[in-house]
Design a protein around this ligand. Sequence first.
Ligand code: NAD
Length: 283
Amino acid sequence: MAIIIDGKELAKKIRQDLKVEVDKLREKKVYPKLAVIMVGEDKASQVYVRNKSKACNEIGIDFEEFLLPSNITMEKLLELIEELNNRKDISGILLQSPIPKPLNIREAFNKIDYRKDVDGFNPINVGKLAIGEKSFISCTPYGVVKMLEEYNINPEGKNVVIIGRSNIVGKPVGMLLLAENGTVITCHSKTKDIASVCREADILVAAVGIPKFITGDMVSDGVVVIDVGINRNEEGKLCGDVDFESVEPKASYITPVPGGVGPMTIAMLMKNCLTACKKQNNL
Ligand code: NAD
């Protein structure tokens, strides 16, 4: 029986600690504020933005939403980002992905001032992460390392296998765990015989986006499993990339979906927003 890594509970604890900090800032008349830009009407994005707004509310971080029509031009989107970069009352800027085609999300991320880039997607922050300098770490990877830390799982000297090489999850998780002295292998859609690579893992991070991609026969006894996936199964229910039923009995630790990495992502966004605010106010 594996120990279940309770992301929901841990995220709650982090939010409570952040609230104490925010209360102190507000007493000093410093008001952290998150600006969220959403383009178009993607249903999943609407849910994510609502959850972010709720978390801000609970902690005391001000929240301003910018809902743009899906036919907005790139020029207008960049203009808005520039305006938010310059606004003194905005601590952090988040552009909710995806944005409709033909808009270029990379160009938009590049435009966000790296000091307000609470999602950690600006190339300056990505570069800093790669060379081990302090930066805004994107929220999901940050949540993953925080969970390992809280459960005293030290990646040093461990075989870490990551499935997925996206810029928002797989790659930054790999850089973070490498910095913590893990021996990191990143698998992707062109990797041959993923199952045998996975069986070498002491720590396995699944960020593929395919329901039940990792099955019990692909893991070794005692593995620590972090399931980043958020998918819908045939019945429309939320599920991860890991087949929990067959993997959990072999694992030493495992994250559930929902209630694992998801809530941690939002908690780390709040943390980044607070860090940005404090830096901007020389605190
Ligand atoms: P993505 O589609 O950008 O990347 C998926 C990666 O998986 C790619 O690198 C691809 O090479 C790899 N891949 C695809 N098919 C494969 C296969 N058959 N074998 C091996 N590798 C394969 O996805 P993403 O944005 O990194 O997200 C991954 C999952 O994590 C999704 O389910 C997403 O919803 C979820 N996610 C969750 C959170 C959270 O807060 N928990 C945040 C971001 C993403």
